[in-house]
Every structure is written in structure tokens, then in C-alpha cells.
Design a protein around this ligand. Structure first.
Ligand SMILES: NC(=O)C1=CN([C@@H]2O[C@H](COP(=O)(O)OP(=O)(O)OC[C@H]3O[C@@H](n4cnc5c(N)ncnc54)[C@H](OP(=O)(O)O)[C@@H]3O)[C@@H](O)[C@H]2O)C=CC1
Ligand SMILES: O=C(O)CCC(=O)C(=O)O
Ligand SMILES: [Mg+2]
Length: 742
């Protein structure tokens, strides 16, 4: 008999966290039959915040730093982690979470927007640790393998989701800078000898400031640095606002303010300031006094002016209305509630928002709740060409047809904080005109940029071992699926040129006989891949970290309707496995619907797929045959689940997330009862399958009966444990059957 092995199941935020209250008890009950321990680690935003401040909390309120523990575990061979999507918090979300925790009696400090004292600086630094993409880079100690499993792809072909038609006359387009951006200013070097570098800023008056004292680099590591020029950015934004107005199309800004948590909120803030230029110019002093932070969005402006005397507030509101009147219409996040594209930096996140637009005829919602052509503003041009190429393709050929299109799996470079993931502590908003230099221990200047006040300078790094691992993974996937693989790299980009050198060095050392492996610029790779995709052919995209993120939403959303149905594996470099559930996020809109009408439309298919591969990994690494049977039967159950269309519906009163879990449990138990490899499991689950089937109607009545009314969970970031448990497990009959599994 194998010894008990452990799977870590992460507790996160929003919709996936709610789904966990229903699904996890099923997982625990099924796996405890087979020497498998499920350990829950809470890495929700709320718990990550609490873990920062033990000294502010009573002993019974203190929580362990689960994320750091998991980050350590991810480097060990025994790691087997199921990772659900979590909130990568923008500052407005962070502040809301802090307030909620304070109201619950946790005496944590406020987020100091401006840190003046040492104490405030210390607190701000701590909070910065949980801001933005603070979880994924810590756990992703391996590269990314994301693809649509065959069963899911076949299901989508047989049951296509809706696709908005494309008109060749669509005015929708992408707008990016022609110069002065990160793309055009990038410089890159490969380090020939391990050592430390220092980043310094020398202003034009001869003053030197050390921006970062020490960054340790390994031999063969690639570093790159670049700068976004503030003046060029502002000119660009002004021109785009004017052009959107003239063309009578929506203005919509698409950023990744969560993943690029330092640079992108600043760029977002410039867009807010330019759009509401008259307000910010005229009321500069007042807005400064009440602490309006444009980087936190237009929402910050409208909430903070509420504190002003009535007449001043009205004057500013009138000036805001004039900006709306004179400017182009803004794309809306929620037209019913008047939430615009510029309200909060985390409401429109490029990876999901651009594909959603492309799926919807290239249109977004306007303030009247109608769809309209859009100018998608993506200031930096490094990766924007892929969306323009896709839009052009749709204009020429019409929308893709999910019943016939091929698939685009991705192999993404991200291990050990590769590329932009590791840029956070090396991104700076420049305070004066001068020069930024990266200097090695022998005082050689490796990279140098002339900069001006307000420019955003950043440096990234990627180590040699992750690059080698990524190339191997690409070859492995190309071989096992017999699919062409394209490296999406732009030889004219400094960083990509260094990566291409490594590919040319390492690829010939691998067995690539019979494989079709090519390198193309992102734009050409898009055109090549889209053509094949339309013709029903598959093509693996092998990309850096940002394109990994973009493409693993773009293609799944076009092919499957959502990225939630992706198999998302991170083979950890030290032998463990990180199994992510889908390629999407935590679906805040789903929580809103659940709160309002008691229906959770979150689809847990990603969790089912991740659990199956996690069990398979556990079975193989621990010699646990029962785990392998659980994995196989879970895959069978998922096939049944898809065939019988038991995914959650979008509509209240119909099957939701909880009901979908009942069917998964039923099909899993049935599959276990049908297999003959393990009689103990067969006997155990035959009883359970029968009980679940016999009680189908009662269970569905109990589950669906819980819908149709508002649900109070007692909190958003830290929902009340009992209230959530009761809300997510409303069928006593189902709960008792699950409990009876021994
Ligand atoms: N791996 C991770 O940890 C990731 C975390 N995030 C975080 O998630 C949050 C939300 O990001 P956002 O950009 O809105 O992207 P999401 O993927 O969360 O949401 C976009 C839309 O995708 C659909 N969707 C996503 N997951 C599911 C699912 N399981 N079942 C059904 N539909 C689904 C929903 O469409 P509909 O509303 O039409 O039902 C949803 O509104 C942010 O805080 C972001 O930082 C984002 C990506 C990855
Ligand atoms: O880490 C994040 O903030 C989001 C990551 C993401 O969107 C992805 O991995 O697809
Ligand atoms: Mg993503």
C-alpha cells in the first residue's frame, strides 16, 4: 500500500472560492478512500493581507503565510498543488478588502496612499507584497502548458457558443504608439558571468540616486530594460481621444494593471488625466488636497469629491459632464450602473477583455447599453499587433466558426519570475530628466537610457534554466501531439533577439526529427496561426510570459467560449506539479449575480480537469494505483458531464454551479462502480452511485429551491464561513450521501 500523499487545494477569492465550498467536500470524500490527503491553503486576498500583520492581530486572528509556504513547496519534488484563480488586487480592491477586514474586527492599518513617515513606508511596502499579481509568480516555478483537452474541444465543436458576426466595414481597431514606448526603447544583454548589478539614476544636475542596489544575475541570464516616454504617451492618448470622437467610436483602454502592477496603473492614470484633462487642470489644487489618485481610476475622483462642499462638488461634476460631452463615448463595464472603462484599473484586463470584444463583433457596450465599434487603446506596441492582426482577419473572413476551427495550445515561458513577471521591483517612475543605467560589479554600464520626468523605466530578467526548460517543453508538446510549434518572437526586439540566440543554441541539441518548429514575429505568427485555425488545423504557440497570458484567453475564448475550460499545467522545474484550474480569472460578475439572485454560473470544469491531472501525477509519483483509478474515472465523469450538458446555466432557476457538482459526483461514482481494477473502490462507490441516482430529483429540488433570492454571505473578500457553507451546500440529501463515503 502506498503511503498517504498530499494534494494542496488552494482557497482563493470570488466565484472560485464560492465554488470550492461546494466542490471541496466532494473531492475530500472521494479521495480519502485512496490514501490521499487534501490540505487546504488559504491564499485569498483577505488572508494574504492578514498574514502581513500578525503584530496588529489577536493570537486567534493571526493566520499563517500560506503563500510563502506554498512558494517553498513549489520548489520541492513532492509538490502537488491545485491552484484556483485568485484576485490580483488593484489598489481600489486592496482598500476595499482592508476596510472589510477592519469592519470584521481585524485591527490592521489603512493602506497609506502617500507614505511620508518611516512607519507609513513600512506599511505600504508590506501591502505592496499583496498588490497585483502577487500569487502566480510565486507559485509558477515552472513553465506553462495550456491546452483544450480533446473532450472539451469536441464538445465545443458539437455545441458551439455564440459568435458575433463581423462586418468588413467595422471601424474597430487597435491603437498603439509609434515610438517612445517600451517596444521601441528596449535594450537587452545576456550576462556572461554571474554577479550583481545595480540600477542608478543620474539627473542632469549631477545627482545620483540608487534605484535598486542589488539584483543578482546568473551566467546566461538575459536582462532587458526599456522606458515609456511620458510626453509621447500623453500625445498619443490625446490623439486617440480626438480620433475616437471624430470616428464616432468608443474609446476603450486595455491594460494589465494587475500583472504589470507598477507600470500599467501609471499608464492608466495618464489616460484618466488626459480624458478628464479640463477637470484635472482646473481643479488641480483641490483634487490634490483631497488625495485624488488618478492611477486608481475615475472612480477615485468621483468618490473623493463627495467629501467636498456642495457647491464645489457640483462645479466639478459639471466639468466632468463637459468632458463626457466633448470627448468620445467611453466603453462601459456596466452601463446600467454607469461604470466606465476608466473607473477602476482592474475592471478591464486586456487578456480577457480583448477576446471578449473580438467575440462580440469587435464591439463593446456604450452608455446606452448598446454595442458599438471601438478603438481599443493599447499604448505599448510590444504585443498589440496580435490583436490588430486578429481584427483584420475577422474583418476579411468573418467570425471564426467554433464547429470547424482548429486549436492553439500554448507553451509559455514564465518560470522563476521570467520577463515582465519579475519587473515589479525594477520599475520606476522617473522624477527628473537624466539617465538610468544598469551597472555591473566592474562598473561597466550594461544598459543605459536617457529619461525625462514622469517616464516609466523598467527592467526584466529571465534565467537560462527556465529558457532551456521552456524549449524542451515546446518540443515535448510538439512531439506528443504531432503539431507544428511556432515561437512567437520578434527578431527586431532586443529581448526577443537574445531569446532567439538561445533557441538556436539549444534546439539543435534536442531530438526534433519530423517536427515543424519555426520562429515568427508575433504579427506573422498570428496570421499564420489564424489561417490554419480557420482551416481546422492546430498550431502550438510557444511564447514569452505576456503572450502566454494573452493567447491563453484569446484562443480559448474564440474556440470554447471561455478560458475556464482549459487544461492548465505547470510542470514545476524541480519535479512537482502545479495544476491550475482553467486559464481565466475569478469572475467577479458571477459573485454579483449570486448575491442578487442566488444563482452561481461559475463553471468548475477547470477544477475537474486540474484535479484529474493532479491525481494522475500523485498516482505516478507515489505508486498509488487507487489515485490513478480516481483520475481515470474522473476524466470519464467529465466526459459524461459534457455529453449530458450538465454545465451551469447562466439563468436563475436552472442548474447552477452546485447542481453541476452533484452531476459530477454522480458520474464519478458511477464510473468508479463500473471499473474492475479495484474492487474495494468499486464496492464503495456502487452504493454511493445508487444513492445519488435514486435521490436525483430530491437533490435537484433542494439545490434549485435555494435559488431566486438574494444571498447574504456576510462579506465579499472574507465571506462568513457558516453563511457561505450553508449557501453553497443547500441540499441535505446530497450532503448526507457525500458524508457517508468512508
Ligand atoms: N490565474 C489567476 O489567478 C488569474 C486571476 N485573474 C484575476 O481574476 C479577476 C477577474 O479577471 P477578469 O479579467 O475579469 O477575467 P475573468 O476570467 O475572471 O472573467 C471574465 C469572464 O470570463 C468568464 N469566466 C471566467 N471564468 C469562468 C468560469 N469558471 N465559468 C464561467 N465563466 C467564466 C465570465 O464570463 P461571463 O460573465 O460572461 O459569465 C467572466 O465574466 C481579476 O482580479 C484578475 O486579476 C485573472 C486571470 C487569471
Ligand atoms: O497573475 C495574474 O494576475 C493573472 C494571470 C493570468 O491572467 C494568467 O495566468 O492567465
Ligand atoms: Mg490570463
Amino acid at each position: 500500500m502506498s503511503k498517504t500523499a498530499k494534494i494542496i487545494y488552494t482557497k482563493t477569492d470570488e466565484a472560485p472560492a464560492l465554488a470550492t465550498y461546494s466542490f471541496l467536500p466532494i473531492v475530500e470524500a472521494f479521495t480519502k478512500t485512496s490514501d490521499i490527503e487534501i490540505e487546504v491553503k488559504d491564499i485569498s486576498l483577505a488572508h494574504r493581507i492578514l498574514a502581513l500583520f500578525p503584530e496588529y492581530l489577536n493570537p486567534e486572528q493571526q493566520v499563517s503565510d500560506a503563500l510563502t509556504e506554498l512558494g517553498e513547496l513549489a520548489k520541492k519534488p513532492e509538490a502537488n498543488i491545485i491552484k484556483l484563480p485568485n484576485i490580483s488586487a488593484s489598489v481600489p480592491q486592496l482598500k476595499a478588502a482592508i476596510k472589510e477586514l477592519q469592519n470584521l474586527g481585524y485591527n490592521i492599518p489603512n493602506y497609506p496612499e502617500e507614505a511620508n513617515t518611516d512607519k507609513e513606508k513600512e506599511i505600504q511596502q508590506k501591502y505592496n507584497k499583496v498588490k497585483g499579481s502577487a500569487v502566480n509568480p510565486v507559485l509558477r516555478e515552472g513553465n506553462s502548458d495550456r491546452r483544450a483537452p480533446k473532450a472539451v474541444k469536441n464538445y465545443a465543436k458539437k455545441n458551439p457558443h455564440s459568435m458575433g458576426a463581423w462586418s468588413p466595414n467595422s471601424k474597430t481597431h487597435v491603437a498603439s504608439m509609434n515610438g517612445g514606448d517600451f517596444y521601441s526603447n528596449e535594450k537587452s544583454v545576456t550576462i556572461s558571468k554571474a554577479g550583481d548589478v545595480k540600477i542608478v539614476f543620474k539627473d542632469n544636475n549631477g545627482n545620483t540616486t540608487v534605484l535598486k542596489q542589488k539584483t543578482s544575475l546568473l551566467e546566461g541570464e538575459i536582462i532587458d530594460a526599456t522606458v515609456m516616454n511620458k510626453k509621447a504617451l500623453i500625445n498619443f492618448l490625446e490623439a486617440q481621444i480626438k480620433d475616437a470622437k471624430e470616428k464616432n467610436i468608443l474609446f476603450s483602454l486595455h491594460m494589465k494593471a494587475t500583472m504589470m502592477k507598477v507600470s500599467d496603473p501609471i499608464i492608466f492614470g495618464h489616460a484618466v488625466k488626459v480624458f478628464f484633462k479640463e477637470v484635472f487642470n482646473k481643479h488641480h489644487e483641490v483634487l490634490e488636497k483631497i488625495g485624488v489618485e488618478e492611477n486608481n481610476g475615475f472612480g477615485d475622483l468621483i468618490s473623493k469629491i463627495k467629501t467636498l462642499p456642495e457647491d464645489l462638488k457640483t462645479e466639478i461634476e459639471t466639468d466632468i459632464k463637459t468632458c463626457f460631452k466633448n470627448g468620445p463615448s467611453l466603453a462601459m463595464v456596466n452601463s446600467d450602473k454607469g461604470i466606465t472603462n476608466l473607473h477602476v484599473p482592474s475592471d478591464v484586463i486586456i487578456d480577457a477583455s480583448m477576446p471578449a470584444m473580438i467575440r462580440t463583433s469587435g464591439q463593446m457596450w456604450n452608455a446606452e447599453g448598446k454595442l458599438q465599434d471601438t478603438k481599443a487603446v493599447i499604448p505599448d506596441s510590444s504585443y498589440a499587433s496580435i490583436y490588430q492582426a486578429t481584427i483584420n482577419f475577422c474583418k476579411e473572413h468573418g467570425a471564426f466558426d467554433p464547429t470547424t476551427m482548429g486549436t492553439v495550445p500554448n507553451v509559455g515561458l514564465m518560470a522563476q519570475k521570467a520577463e515582465e513577471y519579475g519587473s515589479h521591483d525594477k520599475t520606476f517612475e522617473i522624477t527628473a530628466n537624466g539617465v538610468v543605467q544598469v551597472i555591473d560589479e566592474s562598473n561597466h554600464i550594461l544598459i543605459e537610457h536617457n529619461v525625462e520626468t514622469g517616464d516609466i523605466w523598467r527592467m526584466c530578467q529571465v534565467k537560462d534554466a527556465p529558457i532551456q526548460d521552456w524549449i524542451k517543453l515546446a518540443v515535448k508538446r510538439a512531439k506528443s501531439s504531432q503539431t507544428p510549434a511556432i515561437f512567437w518572437l520578434d527578431e527586431n526586439r532586443a529581448h526577443d533577439a537574445e531569446i532567439i540566440k538561445k533557441i538556436n543554441l539549444y534546439l539543435p541539441k534536442l531530438d526534433t526529427k519530423g517536427l515543424d518548429i519555426q520562429i515568427m514575429s508575433p504579427k506573422n505568427a498570428t496570421l499564420y496561426t489564424l489561417k490554419r485555425l480557420k482551416d481546422g488545423l492546430d498550431t502550438i504557440s510557444v511564447t514569452g510570459n505576456v503572450l502566454r497570458d494573452f493567447l491563453t484567453d484569446l484562443f480559448p475564448i474564440l474556440e470554447l467560449g471561455t478560458s475556464a475550460k482549459m487544461l492548465s499545467i505547470v510542470p514545476l522545474m524541480n519535479g512537482g506539479g502545479l495544476f491550475e484550474t482553467g486559464a481565466g480569472g475569478s469572475a467577479p460578475k458571477h459573485v454579483q449575480q449570486f448575491n442578487e439572485e442566488g444563482h452561481l454560473r461559475w463553471d468548475s470544469l477547470g477544477e475537474f480537469l486540474a484535479l484529474a491531472v493532479s491525481l494522475e501525477h500523485l498516482g505516478e509519483t507515489n505508486n498509488n494505483s487507487k489515485a490513478l483509478i480516481l483520475a481515470e474515472t474522473l476524466d470519464d465523469a467529465t466526459d459524461m458531464f459534457l455529453d449530458n450538458k450538465k454545465s451551469p446555466s447562466r439563468k436563475v432557476g436552472e442548474l447552477d454551479n452546485r447542481g453541476s457538482h452533484y452531476y459530477l459526483a454522480l458520474y464519478w461514482a458511477e464510473a468508479l462502480s463500473k471499473q474492475n481494477k479495484d474492487i474495494e473502490l468499486k464496492d464503495k462507490f456502487t452504493k454511493i452511485a445508487l444513492a445519488l441516482k435514486e435521490n436525483e430529483q430530491t437533490i435537484l429540488n433542494e439545490l434549485n429551491g435555494a435559488q431566486g433570492k438574494p444571498v447574504d454571505l456576510g462579506g465579499y473578500y472574507e465571506p462568513n464561513e457558516d453563511l457561505t457553507k450553508n449557501a453553497m451546500r443547500p441540499s441535505t440529501t446530497f450532503n448526507q450521501i457525500i458524508k457517508s463515503i468512508d
